[in-house]
Write a protein that binds this ligand. Structure first.
Ligand code: ADP
Length: 604
């Protein structure tokens, strides 16, 4: 059993298309009911003008060409002009209204997807490639729009037009109508077979497109490694495979979609030929006026486009429903971690963090912690040391409730963190990770992420305390300089100081810190050290220590190996005990100590 199942997927399965469309309308369409009604009103105008045009053709032929009625010439010309004008208004109104609804639907869906993604736990992100989110945000929202609009315009415009035109046909000539209405169902049967194929292709097409984005992202992210290892040819062939898969699927899809064309053309032609035979016979041999026939033929010709679209509706809706289905798969993935939105708030008194018989395992992996006990005293610095893979980062993540224990509890000042409002827990903690995340925004805003309601003066004070103020002022636009991807690069030490300023601003009683492993030059090292010392003062600090100065200054060192606390105490005690820590110290920190001494000697 995966014990840490922070996000469980209720598999919606291959929900039936009708059920899916119904859900889509209930959840997304309802809000736009009024605007849809308006669009349908415009479409009804379009449909009515189609029927009117067909109807009037009978009179045109009989009154003007057979009876040569002068007065009707102007009346009928005026009527045709009026009908065309109305049709124009209807077409304009319906397309503008539908486009607006569509854009609102996309916006609403994107917000909803993003909100949902934000609410999911860290665990979910561990198991999903980031490119998938990007594809989903654009593709799925577009699919929602396309399905809703196709449904509405098929039924509003095309179905109403067909109904009106068929009514004209039946009234003008019931016998001829029979011929046409027999060919109609044949068309439907022919097209249904194509739908299944489209379904299968459309899902794999989405996957291949995701593959392209994934490859591109990996390349951009790892470009240094790609170049250093001469991986260009390998990457190129990976991309080639993905690009080619998309090309082939798109071809296949286009071909199947286009197949509806010839089928409809042939059937349409057969119907027109049959009708002409019958009507011609009636006119030539039975002496009937041709008006009804003209009206009928016009109705067929006008019904052709909407009928073709209706026959294809199924196909295009199925293609879009794939995206809708995937969207619901995501929205139905629930975070099962209890966030206690109505629970009590965490109250910090001393800031003591205690692990009490904590068992933990990552999904489907072997247990990592087995009855782990551990205390970080309030207001003191506790350093976690140990070989990599021992569980130090996991321990820190659990204090932030990125993951919950399988059993046992984590207690802060006597309160089980699983029972308090999660926001109050995270408010009490400032976390500085090893990899420092700078958002695509100004330096000022990047610091302000520590506490969004902080004033400019507070931001600058935090930067001063973090030894960052001076170098920020040296940047081209000072605090307004943009950080992020395409901007000026900060050195490792500078990035750390921005992160420390952020944590400083947060002014939280508990500090969780994952020290950077990469070495800094000694001046940066000194600045960062001063900043950290200020940040940690009088606060409970739990730090994954990679630096000599940190272990020397710690109130308590906890040695974590293989998910167990194997030793704890102060540096000199542990050194004197001559066990794991002493060995580790010699391996990891002694070298640093010697380098420092060498540096000092060289400097002197
Ligand atoms: P440390 O910080 O001491 O290097 P970690 O807490 O990162 O140790 O890792 C402890 C163990 O948990 C390792 O065996 C690691 O492979 C595993 N682990 C870490 N993160 C995950 C994860 N997201 N999913 C599965 N296993 C993980």
């Amino acid at each position: 059993m995966p014990p840490n199942d922070a996000n469980s997927t209720e598999k919606p399965g291959e929900a039936g298309s009708i059920a899916l469309i119904r859900r889509l309308f209930a959840e997304t369409g309802r809000e736009f009911a009024g605007r849809y009604a308006l669009a349908i009103f415009f479409m009804a105008i379009v449909a009515a003008t189609a029927g009117g045009t067909a109807w009037i053709m009978g009179d045109v032929v009989n009154q003007i060409f057979v009876d040569r009625n002068e007065g009707m010439l102007f009346v009928l010309s005026g009527a045709i002009l009026g009908i065309s004008f109305l049709r124009g208004i209807g077409t304009y109104g319906s397309s503008v209204t539908l486009a607006r609804i569509g854009n609102s639907v996309v916006a609403k869906t994107q917000r909803r997807l993003y909100d949902h993604l934000l609410s999911l736990g860290v665990d979910f992100y561990n198991n999903t490639h980031s490119s998938e989110f990007i594809t989903r945000m654009s593709h799925n929202a577009g699919a929602v729009r396309s399905v809703l609009n196709t449904v509405v315009s098929s039924f509003g415009r095309d179905l109403l037009s067909c109904v009106g035109l068929v009514a004209v046909m039946v009234i003008q000539s019931p016998l001829l109508s029979l011929i046409v209405l027999v060919t109609g169902p044949l068309a439907v049967i022919a097209v249904t077979g194509l739908v299944k194929k489209i379904k299968a292709i459309s899902r794999s097409e989405f996957r291949s497109q995701g593959q392209i984005i994934k490859s591109m992202q990996e390349t951009a992210h790892g470009i240094r490694i790609v170049k250093a290892l001469n991986l260009e040819p390998a990457m190129r062939s990976r991309m080639d495979v993905a690009v080619d898969a998309v090309r082939q699927r798109s071809n296949k899809m286009a071909e199947i979609q286009a197949r509806t064309g010839p089928i409809m053309e042939t059937l349409g032609g057969a119907a027109v030929a049959g009708v002409m035979l019958c009507a011609g016979y009636a006119t030539i041999y039975l002496g009937e006026k041709p008006g009804a026939f003209m009206s009928f033929i016009t109705a067929i010709l006008l019904a052709y486009e909407p009928a073709k679209r209706l026959a294809r509706t199924h196909v295009s809706i199925e293609a879009g429903l794939m995206g809708v289905r995937m969207m619901y798969e995501l929205l139905d993935t629930k975070g099962s971690m209890n966030l206690n939105p109505d629970g009590p708030k965490l109250r910090i008194t001393k800031g003591e963090v205690r692990f009490d018989k904590v068992d933990f395992a990552y999904r489907s992996n072997a247990p990592l912690f087995d009855k782990l006990d551990f205390v970080a005293e309030g207001g003191r610095m506790t350093a976690l040391v140990g070989p990599s893979g021992g569980g130090k980062s996991t321990l820190i993540s659990m204090i932030l409730r990125f993951y919950d224990p399988v059993s046992g509890k984590i207690v802060i000042d006597g309160q089980d963190i699983a029972t308090v409002q999660i926001a109050s827990l995270r408010d009490a903690i400032a976390f500085v990770s090893q990899e420092i995340v700078l958002f695509n925004d100004t330096v000022r805003e990047n610091i302000r992420f520590g506490r969004p309601d902080a004033t400019d003066a507070e931001v600058e004070q935090a930067a001063r305390d973090a030894m960052a103020h001076d170098f920020i002022l040296d940047m081209p636009k000072g605090y307004e300089t943009l950080l992020g991807d395409q901007s000026i690069p900060l050195s490792g030490g500078q990035r750390q100081r921005v992160a420390i300023a952020r944590a400083m601003l947060r002014n939280a009683p508990i500090i969780l810190l994952d020290e950077a492993t990469s070495a800094l030059d000694s001046e940066s090292e000194h600045h960062v050290q001063v900043a950290f010392d200020r940040l940690m003062r009088d606060r409970t600090t739990i730090v994954i220590a990679h630096r000599l100065s940190t272990v020397l200054g710690a109130d308590k060192i906890v040695v974590v190996v293989g998910g167990k606390v194997v030793e704890q105490g102060r540096h000199d005690e542990l050194l004197a005990a001559g066990r794991q820590y002493a060995r580790l110290y010699r391996l990891q920190f002694k070298e640093q100590a010697e380098t420092d001494i060498r540096d000092d000697v060289t400097a002197a």
